[in-house]
Design a protein around this ligand. Structure first.
Ligand code: ADP
Ligand code: ASP
Ligand code: MG
Length: 461
């Protein structure tokens, strides 16, 4: 069995879905399970609708709904067999009626609770999966659309729900194995799940990659394929550096760091389930399926390049605590971090000196309360609009003189925190968000002007 996940642009219209069908058709003997995202831009559009409904902007809601309906309905007309067309339209209508019902509820209440937000944003995947399963059947491939919600059990932390693996794993295993053994290609949704009492949840933006990996691990798949709009994992985001090169092979550890520090091509949690079962993950381009993608494996061959890729994460907040009391006080950091624990906020990077601690946060929902609590430790200052830049590579630890190669190109860019990960495969630092593009371009030039062809491949478009 293999899991094949197709992202938003890979299901964005009938043409993309036909490409998907032809990609999967070539893998039928490997018993694929297909996981889909919402059509490109639909999740954002649905979340806009939820907000507009609460604000009473009914005309905006209606216009966006009409657009979503029209896109799915046009794809249905193109994809479904004539005899299935009406059933498919009816299924889409039922799904859209559910969406309209939730939006009405939001409009009446004047507020988007996180639970209602999830009920709305989950509709994108529920709609796209109907189209994809119908497209397989129209192409003579036995296929069924499976609603993943009763299987993908989560807690009720809406918008960022955590999977209850003890419940989900056996359910996913049983359902998908039975489907595949019956000669069917199951098509299911990424991103969504449900609570024990059947309420719809989502597992965080970009979470379809993670869903694919959870399903892959549950069925002991031999591979997990992430089909997207780039040739693989690249030396950096090609939107910033168009000449970014493809990485042929990368280790789980390296790719996890990159995903965690902002390489959007993979949701940060994706590799965890795959690593536990040692399932290789491949990133491939659905628009150029003939191009070999990136293989993410437990071990990657040693590269001549100290750095495999540069990731960045914008919208970071730095919190500094200055305290003379910190001098020689044991237990100080433990008490300090207890504050973040209490407010359920993760700290990404930490730097300490004798009298100060600096920490970076991605999630600032509880920032005010955190600052209030931290004030008992010393003076608290906050820097907003920061970004983390992260360089990753397993050869880093064997490369003397790397710090000067990293920081010399960045002269005149003010660097506020530096951390060389304990794993020694990651070097990160903090700068102002507005300077990210410039810094990434300069670093990319420094490290990737000459490519080790064993590790990297130029992308010829
Ligand atoms: P999908 O909808 O298929 O999940 P995403 O938009 O979530 O696609 O992720 C793919 C995008 O990730 C690419 O278009 C690219 O701009 C971005 N990206 C950021 N960093 C990297 C990287 N290191 N390698 C490849 N793509 C990256
Ligand atoms: N559709 C969801 C999102 O836009 C999940 C995903 O695409 O992975 O966040
Ligand atoms: Mg994605």
């Amino acid at each position: 069995m293999i899991v094949m996940k197709f992202g938003g642009t890979s299901v964005e219209d009938a043409t993309a879905i036909r490409r998907l069908v032809s990609i999967v058709r070539q893998q039928l003997q490997r018993q694929p399970i297909v996981v889909v995202s919402a059509m490109a831009r639909v999740t954002n559009g649905l979340l806009d609708c939820a907000r507009w409904a609460a604000e009473g902007k009914d005309a905006d809601v209606q216009a966006k709904l009409d657009e979503v309906k029209a896109r799915h309905s046009a794809a249905a007309d193109e994809l479904a067999l004539p005899e299935e067309r009406e059933t498919l339209h009816a299924a889409l209508r039922t799904q859209l009626a559910e969406l309209t019902g939730t939006l009405d509820e939001i409009q009446r209440g004047g507020i988007v609770t996180e639970a209602l937000s999830d009920s709305v944003s989950a509709q994108g995947e529920l709609l796209s999966s109907l189209l994809v399963a119908a497209a397989f059947r129209a192409d003579g491939i036995s296929s069924e659309r499976i609603d993943v919600r009763p299987l993908m059990r989560t807690n009720d932390d809406f918008m960022r729900a955590a999977i209850d693996f003890e419940v989900a794993d056996p359910l996913l295993h049983e359902t998908f194995t039975a489907q595949v053994n019956a000669g069917c290609v199951p098509v299911t949704q990424g991103f969504i799940g449900s609570t024990v009492d059947g309420r719809t949840t989502t597992i965080g933006r970009g979470g379809s990659d993670y869903s694919a990996s959870i399903i892959g691990a549950a069925v002991n798949a031999t591979a997990i394929e992430i089909w997207t709009d780039v040739d693989g994992m690249m030396t950096t985001d090609p939107r910033i550096v168009p000449e970014a090169a493809k990485i042929k092979t990368i280790s789980f550890a390296e790719a996890s760091e990159l995903a965690y520090f902002g390489a959007k091509v993979l949701h940060p949690s994706t590799l965890r389930p795959a690593m536990v079962k040692d399932i290789p993950v491949y990133i491939c381009n659905s628009r150029r399926p003939h191009v070999q993608g990136t293989a993410i494996l437990s071990h990657a061959p040693a590269s001549k390049s100290p750095i495999k890729a540069i990731a960045f994460k914008r919208g970071i907040t730095v919190v500094n605590v200055d305290s003379v009391r910190m001098l020689m006080a044991h237990g100080f950091l433990a008490r300090l971090f207890e504050v973040f624990n209490r407010h359920e906020t993760a700290v990404d990077m930490v730097a300490t000196s004798e009298v100060s601690v600096s920490m970076t946060l991605d999630d600032t929902r509880h920032l005010d309360a955190i600052i209030a609590d931290l004030q008992e430790f010393g003076e608290v200052t906050v820097e907003r609009d920061r970004a983390i830049i992260c360089l990753v590579g397993e050869q880093m630890k064997f490369t003397p003189g790397l710090a000067s190669r990293i920081f010399t190109p960045l002269n005149q860019i003010n660097i506020s925190m530096i951390s060389h990960g304990a794993s020694a495969i990651n070097a990160s630092f903090v700068i102002e968000s507005a300077l990210v593009d410039e810094a990434v371009k300069r670093l990319h030039k420094e490290f990737f002007s000459e490519l080790d062809e064993e590790t990297f491949e130029k992308v010829d478009v």
